[in-house]
Design a protein around this ligand. Structure first.
Ligand SMILES: NC(=O)c1ccc[n+]([C@@H]2O[C@H](COP(=O)([O-])OP(=O)(O)OC[C@H]3O[C@@H](n4cnc5c(N)ncnc54)[C@H](O)[C@@H]3O)[C@@H](O)[C@H]2O)c1
Length: 458
């Protein structure tokens, strides 16, 4: 099938690349002309493991093209995926101006029947508005439109594998023809008919993805409800960590045992610095606002946000307790991306921690396996190093802010030698406290006994 993708960010590139790899013909477009130039030069504007190979193969096979001419993309696609950003407004509501802008382009340029699919995360009832907008903006062109919702559940860092092996594909439709078109688009994924870039030579046996057909409003709600629930799990684990610190428990023992209950499950129960990124924080805010505007008090989500924001305050309290005064102290930071295997720093808790350290006069030296380039555009006054051992050299404290496996695998005895004071504050509970103590570190994490007898400034 001929597909258009509007918006070449994480979701647009993964959707366009993977659907082209699966055999469809795709044209992707973006208002950011520099981004299209980068893509046309064979490079990716984002770091996402496996995506470069996917897009390159699809381009060479002639199934994937990039253009800054949105009209070309819109005319080409029988189905059009909207993958533009929906960032938070000051109020917490989702900013839907990019969606409106896309509706205007599609309405004006379509010329023939199109299935318009929301893949961006949007509040319930956006589909309704989109249908009206397409009718208004397209009234002189005479083209007919169907609207569908197909929320995306990929996780940055494992997005390609997630796209090819989803647990579920949700399609919100209002007519049988749209359902049929979406089944056809996803047929290669549902039937396992694609070259899997993640598993070679064959994919592990597993159940086929569930293909769930819902109303448009339900599909929109499913995405916000899922992300909000994930945030809730993380905040719950973080509250348990606080309680463990007061009562002498170990949050890992508690959450591990909880997670063995299949009704609870082990994922998203890791205590630490809290969640960030472009999805969870803004989706929870938008869901909360949606509920409020419709007269539903979803107060528990306000609490999820509050607990999450407090993680950074609590972590800085730990840093201050250990280091006393921060001014002029050499503080090393490992990890800036909001999570491992991505260079995405949007709403990354680590970036906020660094800003606050700088605000208190600390001298920050930082590293990240892939996010330094992006971080250096938003953090002035930080010394960046590719090599984590350079960050440790002469540092009076080392802060672990993103759980990159590379940091777990460091030669910690060498790190100890490099540091001016062997103090590690692990905001992601990555390292075993007993081993860190055995190596001679002062070591602090969240909700686990510190086992440290070294002096702490109280
Ligand atoms: N990043 C994720 O992990 C993820 C996962 C699931 C869902 N989502 C949702 O998908 C949507 C996109 O997220 P993203 O992370 O890919 O965002 P992004 O910011 O990386 O990409 C958005 C792209 O859209 C382009 N754009 C904006 N307005 C445009 C317009 N009018 N026409 C054409 N292009 C336009 C931007 O230039 C940008 O390249 C959001 O709603 C997000 O909540 C994101």
């Amino acid at each position: 099938m001929r597909l258009a993708v509007i918006g070449c960010g994480y979701v647009g590139l993964v959707t366009g690349g993977c659907l082209a790899e699966a055999g469809h013909d795709v044209i992707a477009t973006d208002t950011d002309a520099a981004r299209i130039d980068t893509l046309n030069s064979g490079k990716l504007p984002i770091y996402e493991p496996g995506l470069e190979g996917v897009t390159e193969r699809a381009r060479r096979a002639g199934r994937l093209r990039f253009t800054s001419d949105s009209g070309e993309a819109v005319r080409f696609g029988d189905a059009i995926f909207i993958c533009v950003g929906t960032p938070p407004l000051e109020s917490g509501d989702a900013d839907l101006s990019a969606i409106d802008n896309v509706a205007r382009q599609i309405g004006a340029k379509a010329g023939s029947f199109k299935l318009v699919i929301e893949k961006s995360t949007v509040p319930a009832q956006t589909g309704e508005q989109l249908r009206r907008a397409l009718a208004v903006y397209g009234r002189s062109g005479g083209a007919k439109f169907h609207v569908a919702s197909n929320p995306e559940f990929l996780r940055e860092g494992t997005a390609v594998g997630d796209f090819f092996h989803p647990e579920r594909i949700v399609v919100g439709v209002e007519d049988a023809e749209s359902e049929q078109q979406l089944r056809e688009i996803y047929r290669p994924i549902l039937e396992g008919q694609f070259h899997c870039p993640v598993h070679q030579p064959t994919c592990p046996a597993g159940p086929a993805p569930a293909f769930l057909v819902t109303t448009i409003a339900s599909a929109e709600l499913i995405k916000h409800a899922s992300n909000s629930f994930l945030g809730l799990k993380i905040s719950y684990a973080n509250m348990l960590a606080e309680l463990c610190e007061r009562l002498g428990g170990n949050v890992e023992e508690v959450t591990q045992a909880m997670g063995l209950d299949p009704r609870i499950g082990p994922q998203f129960l890791n205590a630490g610095l809290g969640f960030g990124g472009f999805c969870l924080p803004k989706d929870i805010q938008a869901f909360l606002r949606l509920a409020e505007r419709n007269g539903v008090d979803f107060g528990m989500l306000r609490e999820v946000e509050r607990v999450n924001k407090r993680r950074i305050d609590l972590f800085l309290e730990k840093v201050r307790r250990a280091l006393w005064v921060l001014k002029d102290k050499e503080v090393g930071v490992l990890g800036l991306a909001f999570k491992p295997n991505t260079d995405d720093i949007r709403f990354a808790p680590g970036i906020e921690v660094v800003r606050r350290l700088l605000g208190e006069g600390a001298k920050v030296r930082a590293s990240d396996p892939v996010a330094i380039a992006r971080a250096s555009t938003v953090l002035a006054g930080v010394d960046f190093f590719e090599d984590p051992y350079d960050v440790a050299r002469g540092a009076e404290a080392l802060l672990l802010l993103t759980e990159w496996k590379e940091y777990r695998q460091l030669d910690w005895a060498r790190v100890h030698k490099e540091m001016a004071r062997p103090l590690v504050l692990d905001a992601r509970n990555m390292l075993p406290p007993a081993q860190m103590k055995a190596l001679g570190f002062e070591y602090h994490s969240f909700g686990r006994p510190d086992l440290t007898s070294a002096p702490v400034f109280a």
